[in-house]
Structures are given as C-alpha cells and as structure tokens.
Design a protein around this ligand. Structure first.
Ligand code: UDP
Length: 316
C-alpha cells in the first residue's frame, strides 16, 4: 500500500502544489482546508483521482482522519499581511490550536509531522542574511505579531512534541515564494504588481521601495520541502532563494516584463513593522538536503506571468 499524507491548507497556493507533488510521487493524499483563503479551483483537477480525498474542515477544531497516516504537512494559515490583518484571531488559532490538534493526530497515527514555519520568525531582522540560529526581532503586539508569534509558538510546540513525546518532526522556514495559484488579490507584492501592470494601473510601491525581499519559485520550494520531509533533520531549515532585490527594482522588472505602457509606479505608505531586509542563508539546506534553487527570477517570473495573464481580467 502506498504511503498516505495529510496536507492542511490543501486548497491554498503552497498546499495545492504540495498535493500535486505527492500525488505525482505515488502517495495517497488527504487534503484539508476550511477555504477561508484557499480556492477549490487550485485542486479541482485532483478530485477525479482515486488517490485524492478532500475534507472541508477548520483544523483549529478537533481533527479526525480515519485510517492510517504516514505524514502530516501543516500548511493551513492565512499567509499574507492583509489576510492576517483581516483575520488576526483565526491566524493565531490555526498556528497554535491547529498545530496542537495536528501534533496530537500525528502522535496517535505514528505519523511524521512537518510544519510550515516562516522567515517571519526573524521579524525585522538585525542579522542579514538570516541563518537558522538567529532568534529574530519580532514585535509581538504589532499588526504582524499575530502571524509571527503564532508561527514561533508553532515551532516551540512542535519541538516540545519532539523532545517530550519523541514525535518525528520537521520544520521548514519558508521565505517569500511565488508562482501560479497565488491569489490575485491577496495583497502580496507579486500578485499586486502583476495585476496592476496587466490592468495598466499604478504599481503600489510601499515606502520608498528600498526594502528588500528574496523570491523563490514555488517548484524549488516544493522540492526543498519534499527533501526535508524525507531527511533526518528535526531542526528548522530555511528554504528560499537568496537572490535579493529591492521592491522598487522589482516593480521595474514587472513593468518591463508586462510592457503595458499605461502601467507606472506610485508610492503608498510603508505598512507598520514591514521588514527592511530579508534574505535566507541556505547553507544548511545545501549541506543537509543537497538542495538549492534551480529557477532564476527571470524563468520563474515568465511562468508566473503566463498564469496571471489568464486570471487577471484586463480592463477594456
Ligand atoms: N509591497 C509593496 N506594494 C504592494 C504590496 C507589498 O511595495 O502592493 C511591499 C511590502 O511593503 C513589503 C514587500 O513588498 O516590503 C513584500 O510584501 P508582501 O506582502 O508580498 O510580503 P512580506 O514579505 O512583507 O510578508
């Protein structure tokens, strides 16, 4: 019998790509999502498959899955700054109560649990690039605190299950990732810029655009997660692309790629506690997983642009 994996947040951007990968590798996949930010469109193609099942469920409530489970991947959470501003309590609950429910399920099934942590555990970092041994600079009561602290709690709880119960656990710290199936209006920089450029609107650069991010194409991220799950490393591992760019230059890149003469750059205020820099140090992933990103930004952006052209309604 093939292995069976539970993926929470299955209808989301990362969750749906993970479902695809595990199906491709011959696993039986149980997808779970409460659909507050996920979209059925992302997993519709999996429903005809015998190896795929779907539960419409909120993991912040008690989770029951009948039958065996070999792995649990916890990817359910609002994941963009505007989502967790709109849903602060749900964001905290899914990272804390949701994680607790799933750790309990993993223990009862003898499953290995992998949690989706984040570069946000480093907050507005004072160490650059960020290494896994950096403890971070997080404002617990700022608008991003609900996400950052939920994810930090998630790591602490997962480590406690590992040390106290001997549960097999894995933790991936995910840096900015992009690709097809990002929600057009999730407020993150790449969907915002692509939809604004395609519609011929102003690209909303927050602040002066000097803040940096490092963008990883989704297939690279999925490969890193797949390797981490099957590795013997229970400590957190950064997965991201260290190719750093500031947001103003990124806006220029999107303008050049889309080539819409009506599109232009406008400035909006910088959100509270917006990290000034972000770039993963991926030495550990290289050493422990033999992993590094394969897609450069030009390749990943070209694929992603094709996707957004299909989903962004163009203004007449
Ligand atoms: N950003 C921007 N314009 C937008 C959306 C985001 O300039 O319309 C900036 C934001 O201030 C941040 C960076 O782009 O510095 C990345 O933001 P995003 O929300 O994608 O993710 P974050 O890395 O902040 O979680």
């Amino acid at each position: 019998m093939s292995k069976r994996v539970l993926i929470t947040g299955a209808a989301g951007f990362l969750g749906s790509h993970l479902c695809d990968r595990f199906i491709k590798e011959g696993y039986r996949v149980v997808g779970m999502d409460n659909l507050i930010t996920g979209a059925m469109m992302n997993i519709e193609h999996l429903f005809p498959l015998e190896q795929f099942e779907f539960y419409h469920h909120d993991v912040s409530n008690y989770v029951h899955v009948a039958g065996d489970l070999d792995y649990i991947l916890h990817f359910a959470s609002p994941a963009s700054p505007i989502d967790y501003l709109k849903m602060p309590i749900q964001t905290m609950k899914v990272g804390s109560l949701g994680t607790h429910n799933l750790l309990g399920l993993a223990l009862s099934k003898g499953a290995r649990m992998l949690i989706a942590s984040t570069s946000e555990v480093y907050g507005d970092p004072l160490v650059h690039p960020q290494t896994e041994d950096y403890w971070g600079n997080v404002n617990p009561i700022g608008p991003r605190g609900v996400y950052d602290e939920a994810k930090r709690f998630q790591e602490a709880l997962t480590m406690a299950y590992h040390t106290y119960h001997g549960l097999e656990t894995r933790m991936v710290r995910i840096f900015n990732t992009y690709g097809p199936r990002m929600r057009v209006n999730d407020g993150r920089v790449l969907p915002a810029f692509f939809s604004q450029a395609i519609r011929g609107e102003g690209l909303t650069v927050f602040g002066d655009g000097s803040q940096t991010r490092s963008f990883c194409y989704v297939d690279d991220l999925v490969e890193g997660i797949y390797r981490l799950l099957h590795s013997d490393c229970h400590m957190p591992v950064n997965i991201g692309n260290p190719d750093e760019i500031n947001i103003l230059d990124f806006a220029e890149e999107v303008l050049a790629l889309v080539g819409n003469p009506a599109a232009h750059i406008i400035n909006k205020p910088l959100p509270t506690d917006d990290p000034k820099v972000r770039k993963p140090n991926i030495s550990k992933a290289k050493e422990v997983l033999g992993w590094e990103p394969k897609f450069n930004r030009a390749e990943g952006m070209a694929i992603t642009y094709e996707y957004f052209k299909g989903v962004v309604p163009v203004n007449a």
